[in-house]
Design a binder for this molecule. Structure first.
Ligand SMILES: NC(=O)c1ccc[n+]([C@@H]2O[C@H](COP(=O)([O-])OP(=O)(O)OC[C@H]3O[C@@H](n4cnc5c(N)ncnc54)[C@H](O)[C@@H]3O)[C@@H](O)[C@H]2O)c1
Length: 255
């Protein structure tokens, strides 16, 4: 029996990387998937791949930083697809300049990153709260090693702050929504090879080496490495798990 049969899952940032892998994985487990992405063609491509593999999916354009659009898409999905029971807040962006750069750039990056990585998680969660409550749903948020520490490689304070915020929001929601039967957890990926770090991988091999040298499993992760934890947290396998973060980081945080 598939693990996510009869579920409707919304995945943000599902047009590529980890989000697409989770969307495909959920569909393999029987969920009907709404793939949301700021890039509508990428969202449609994910839905096409799912349908090509025999699954059920639709692609929608959504910028998670736009609160009104989040509310509108929640209404549209309720009308056109049905009651959402799984939400994956995956959309995220990063920048790699520290606090000491050009003042205007640093301030813009702060606004952009907090707007997507933290406000976006609130916007989408709030928009889908009613169906998630009604279905005793499951929320899975994408945290990071940077939910705990600022990494050894160039990164932005805004990214670290946003991912600490995602973990805090995960715990707060788990506490508030537990009585409704809604479970809220996070996944903390290590270095996963996706577009978000393509430039660093191409142009800063020393940065990648620092990361891998610090990773007990000795390799970078692939988007597929996040799919198992994401299925676990969305399925009844994790029926008594809430407010947790599952680290999928090759052991990075243990050393
Ligand atoms: N790749 C890693 O090493 C890594 C590590 C830790 C955490 N994460 C987190 O995992 C999540 C997915 O990252 P990824 O590596 O797959 O990145 P990615 O860049 O490959 O994919 C991100 C997707 O989000 C979409 N997106 C960007 N801004 C958006 C917005 N405003 N609204 C809707 N969609 C938007 C992009 O179009 C893209 O399809 C992010 O939250 C990221 O912070 C990634």
């Amino acid at each position: 029996m598939a693990l996510l049969q009869n579920h409707i899952a919304v995945v943000t940032g599902a047009g590529g990387g980890i989000g697409r892998a989770i969307a495909l994985g959920y569909a393999r487990e029987g969920a009907r998937v709404a793939a949301l992405d700021i890039d509508p063609a990428a969202a449609s491509e994910t839905a096409k791949q799912i349908k090509g593999a025999g699954g059920k999916a639709d692609g929608f354009a959504l910028d998670v930083s736009n609160r009104a659009d989040c509310n509108a898409i929640a209404k549209r999905i309720a009308d056109e697809i049905g009651r959402v029971s799984i939400l994956v807040n995956n959309a995220g962006i990063t920048r790699r300049s520290g606090i000491g750069g050009d003042a205007e750039t640093v301030a813009r990056e702060w606004d952009d990153i907090i707007g997507v990585n933290l406000n976006g998680v609130f916007n989408v969660t709030h928009a889908f709260l009613a169906p998630l409550r009604a279905s005793k749903g499951r929320i899975v948020n994408l945290g990071s090693i940077q939910s705990f520490v600022h990494v050894r490689t160039p990164s932005s304070p805004a990214y670290t702050a946003s991912k600490h915020g995602v973990l805090g929001f995960t715990r707060a929601l788990a506490a508030e929504l537990g009585k409704d039967g809604v479970r809220v957890n996070a996944i903390g990926p290590g270095l996963i090879e996706t577009a978000i770090n393509a430039n660093a991988r191409a142009n800063h091999p020393e940065m990648i080496k620092t990361f891998i040298d610090h990773t007990p499993l000795g390799r970078a992760g692939q988007p597929e490495d996040i799919v198992g934890p994401a299925i676990f947290l969305a399925s009844d396998l994790s029926a008594y798990v809430t407010g947790s973060i599952v680290m999928a980081d090759g052991g990075y945080r243990t050393v």
